[in-house]
Design a protein around this ligand. Structure first.
Ligand SMILES: Cc1ncc(C[n+]2csc(CCOP(=O)(O)OP(=O)(O)O)c2C)c(N)n1
Ligand code: SF4
Ligand SMILES: [Mg+2]
Length: 499
């Protein structure tokens, strides 16, 4: 390209994004997870650009909703938090009330905002919280495969309205902007669209205005953005834009419904007066463990340091309850423990994992993404995904009924147990998790526990299982049986390959 014809990129990757999306799992670190033509990508870009231009990266908190934008925190180089479906405005309220300097964005889809979370949303609007709500109205539940949303148009076909939305049966689409504008508290409400470049530029202006209001602490601003979900609507990009322009904009007219920021003083809320110690006592009461005295401490060297544990497998394999049992064992022996579950949108059949941290000191963060001390794996995909997170000299325990022996260096200590086969023999595949725990007890006793701690492990397990499954006598019994079957099956057979 010659000097004269050199092209300049006017709107490249905004500075409000990370350069590389390291938080995205897998190999793709530069692109977003959205489908081509999805409205979320465009809105994200405008928001990221605004955050950088207003120079508010260090005090902006982006709340990711549940919906296709659930992973928005992969992209923004600012603070981020995920809220349960529809609860972003409640979380936003807490964040801005606890520190009015925070610039809080409640990013929501139409299912999230208009259905499950409508009460959260409308109450936050009515309280005039100083937050910016960016409401991406694509007229459908995108993430879950295109079900009817509160904003689906009359006659619009979706997987749950195959004959078209019937207003007689399902009512009329929710006109959120009109409803919010009718309230006294909100200061700015505008509906924009992504149907054309011109409309995208108007969206950019509206989003910036909402940011300015929030920075000036003027109160509740909402921008409703009519967007496309070409994948579920089975449209190409031209058809998608035509649908937004001719159908959606017809039902949901564009325009500014309210803009009264100039008439309002910056919000100043009364400061909460409370006794910090009392709040702490209520939130974190000192509990005396059942099985042992309050000052009991396991003496083995292994417990002198913080220990990070990860358990992974398919949803439904008891991954989370195995983690809960281990965390409870720690709790009952006076450790500080965290237990953090993580699973996909559809838990049964999808992959699930949880992390547990046990420590004599306070645990700063429950996240274990590397330097894991103990990895328990119950399915093949999790082996591939999480083995790299195992620390040097870390212990891997896996279900060899279903998983091939892993290839890894000699710096990892590996034990295999045919957990699923043993569980099947006992009568239920569901207790493969307790079989694994039985095997863990053997590993611990043979290689890591000292003195009285060797006996204490089984006692702690029985106390933990009763604590976790109180009132479910049959579950307790079956899991105790599985635990001892797991122990018996591996006793004398597990060898530390490096000793
Ligand atoms: C409490 C709860 N209920 C239901 C779901 C399932 N769910 C996930 S996303 C979603 C709807 C998403 O639609 P929308 O908010 O419009 O977002 P989009 O994907 O269209 O951007 C639902 C119902 C869930 N994750 N949590
Ligand atoms: S399914 Fe629809 S809303 Fe979700 S990423 Fe794809 S186009 Fe976007
Ligand atoms: Mg939607």
């Amino acid at each position: 390209m010659t000097e004269t014809t050199e092209m300049k990129v006017k709107y490249g990757r905004p500075k409000g994004f990370f350069d590389i999306f390291e938080r995205r799992p897998g190999a793709v670190k530069k692109n977003m997870h959205y489908c081509p033509g999805c409205g979320h990508g465009i809105v994200h870009k405008i928001i990221a650009e605004s955050i950088a231009d207003f120079d508010i990266q260090d005090r902006t908190i982006m709340i990711a909703p549940v919906g296709c934008s659930v992973f928005s925190y992969y992209y923004y180089d600012c603070f981020g938090i995920s809220a349960p479906h529809g609860r972003a405005p409640a979380v936003a309220t807490g964040l801005v009330r606890s520190n009015p300097d925070n610039i809080v964005i409640s990013y929501q889809g139409d299912g999230d905002l208009g259905a499950i979370g409508f009460n959260n949303f409308i109450q936050a609007a009515n309280r005039g919280e100083n937050i910016a709500v960016f409401f991406v109205n694509n007229g459908i539940y995108g993430m879950t495969g295109g079900q009817m949303a509160p904003t689906t148009l009359p006659g619009q076909k979706t997987v749950t309205s195959p004959l078209g939305r019937s207003v007689t049966n399902e009512g009329y689409p929710l006109k959120v902007s009109e409803m919010v504008a009718a309230l006294d508290a909100p200061i700015y409400v505008e509906r924009v669209s992504l149907s054309s470049t011109k409309n995208i530029m108007k969206t950019r202006k509206a989003i910036r205005k909402a940011f300015q209001n929030t920075i000036d602490r003027k109160g509740f601003s909402m921008v409703e953005i009519l967007a496309g979900c070409p994948t579920n609507m089975k449209f190409n990009s031209r058809e998608m834009n035509e649908f937004i322009e001719n159908q959606m904009q017809h039902y949901f007219p564009l325009g500014c419904f309210k803009d009264i920021a100039d008439t309002r003083d910056p919000i100043k809320r009364p400061e909460g007066i409370y006794d910090k110690q009392k709040v702490k006592d209520i939130l974190y009461p000192i509990k005396v463990a059942k099985g042992v005295s309050a000052d009991f401490k396991n003496q083995s060297k292994i417990f002198q340091k913080e220990r990070k544990i990860k358990i992974a497998g398919f949803g439904g394999q008891g991954v989370l309850s195995l983690g809960m049992m281990i965390a409870t064992m720690g709790k009952l022996r006076n450790f500080n423990v965290t237990w953090l579950p993580s699973y996909g949108p559809e838990m049964r059949g999808g992959t699930a994992n949880c992390t547990i941290i046990t420590s004599r000191e306070k645990v700063c963060s429950p996240i274990v993404d590397k330097l894991c001390n103990l990895l328990i794996v119950l399915n093949q995909p999790s082996m591939e995904k999480f083995l790299p997170e195992l620390k040097q000299n870390g212990v891997l325990l896996y279900d060899s009924s279903t998983i091939a022996p892993p290839e890894c260096g000699k710096d990892k200590i590996i034990y295999a147990v045919k957990a699923s086969d043993i569980a099947k023999k006992i009568g239920s595949l569901r207790c493969a998790n307790s079989v694994i725990l039985g095997a863990l007890s053997v590993v611990m006793k043979d290689y890591f526990l000292e003195g009285k701690d060797k006996k204490d492990f089984d006692r702690a397990f029985e106390e933990a299982i009763m604590d976790c499954f109180a009132n479910k006598q049959n579950v307790i019994q079956m899991n105790i049986e599985a635990f001892y079957a797991g122990k018996e099956a591996v006793e004398g057979t597990l060898t530390n390959p490096h000793k």
